[in-house]
Write a protein that binds this ligand. Structure first.
Ligand code: SF4
Ligand code: SF4
Length: 367
């Protein structure tokens, strides 16, 4: 474990991390949070000068994908700098300590930082039977209540802790619930995704350290700056959608030409996340760019919304049509998708998606 009384500046110096890398991290974080560039020095100052906040990371019914995402162990990235800005006092996967020693470290961190520490949770909480998931002989629900009691805020990393995720899928054999169904008296920020984008996770923590508050949230408790728009509105394949050019199978000519994946089940129109902009692996790519439709993993109940490969709504097909008619069909469908998605977001709903019928228009199909 890292010594808790160090500032980040001292810590970076000790680790030999250059100031240039640190300032790059601060500038990137400011832009991700949609803050003007002038905020980068403020973030740097806050991270450097303040005592690093204690963070207790609890893992319940999860696959460790969320931790893997933020760690990027294979190629330490700029996002991993956040671990220099916090005092990670408890993380079952990362900590060297085990057994009673690990639990003692958690209790000590809680006592020393009462009312000020952050709790990060990945995984859902099983209520069906306390014995379904335990750590050090204590059920997840008891640990969560105990640790959240003295916390300043709770950050739910990943769809499992935010909305229940895969363990919550029907028939939900463990009686899994999201954190918000148990903790109701603390600020909670949901950072869904399966797993979440590393830069989103680190930016939320950096915002808290810099401003002492959580970023503005939407109706589902997600930071608006990252979850305020759907994938579809920022997808680079959108022009194909507008023109009515849809891949019909994963290996047809349309797919090879990069056409829209709507008919192959893409859930981009109803999914709010920043994947299309931030991407993965240091901005290299994201699922749609790799040729697979969005699964909708940052939305509640994404596992129970039917086949990942069924279109959200099937456009009326009137034969091959003309290019002009295809443009019209795509435009009508596209406008409807965007409108419906935004209305659902305004209402805090996430589905089912229903595009308006496409009338009097053919589609330019891949043949
Ligand atoms: S949200 Fe996804 S990556 Fe995270 S714990 Fe759940 S299943 Fe794993
Ligand atoms: S339906 Fe999917 S692939 Fe097509 S434009 Fe929308 S997000 Fe992109």
């Amino acid at each position: 474990m890292i010594r808790r009384q160090q500032t980040l500046g001292e810590r970076l110096e000790e680790r030999g991390i250059s100031r240039r890398s640190f300032l790059k991290f601060c500038t990137t974080t400011a832009s991700l949070l949609a803050l003007p560039p002038a905020f980068a020095p403020r973030i740097a100052e806050a991270l450097e000068s303040q005592r690093r906040p204690s963070v207790i990371w609890l893992s319940f019914q999860e696959c460790t994908g969320c931790s893997e995402s933020i760690l990027r162990a294979g190629s330490p990235s700029i996002e991993s700098l956040i671990f220099e800005a916090i005092s990670l006092d408890y993380h079952e996967t990362l900590q060297a300590a085990a057994g009673h020693q690990a639990e003692a470290a958690r209790e000590q961190a809680m006592a020393e930082n009462m009312g000020k520490y952050l709790v990060v949770v990945d995984g859902s909480v099983p209520l069906g039977n306390p014995g379904f998931s335990t750590v050090a002989g204590q059920s997840n629900v008891e640990t969560l209540k105990q640790v959240a009691k003295g916390a300043a805020a709770v950050i739910c990393m990943g769809t499992c802790s935010a909305f229940g995720g895969i363990p919550y899928a029907k028939p939900n054999p463990t009686g899994a619930v999201p954190v918000s169904e148990i903790i109701t008296d603390k600020p909670i920020v949901n950072v869904p995704g399966c797993p979440p984008i590393p830069a989103v996770m680190t930016s939320v923590i950096a915002h808290y350290i810099t401003f002492g508050s959580l970023p503005e949230l939407d109706d589902l408790g997600r930071p608006k700056v990252f979850y305020g728009q759907n994938i579809h509105d920022r997808c680079y394949r959108r022009p194909f959608y507008e023109r009515g050019q849809f891949a019909q199978s994963f290996d047809d000519e349309g797919a090879k030409a990069g056409w829209c994946l709507y008919k192959l089940g893409c859930k981009g129109p109803t999914t709010y996340n920043a994947c299309a902009v931030l991407k993965w692996n240091e901005g290299t790519s994201f699922p749609i760019e790799a040729g697979h439709g969005c699964l909708g993993c940052s939305e509640p109940n994404f596992w129970d919304k039917g086949s990942f490969y069924a279109p959200l709504s099937t456009a009326t097909e009137l034969g091959s049509g003309t290019v002009a008619a295809g443009v019209l069909a795509g435009a009508v469908l596209g406008a409807g998708a965007g409108y419906a998605g935004r209305k659902m977001q305004e209402k805090g709903k996430t589905g089912p998606f229903e595009a308006p019928p496409v009338a009097d228009a053919g589609q330019k199909e891949n043949s």
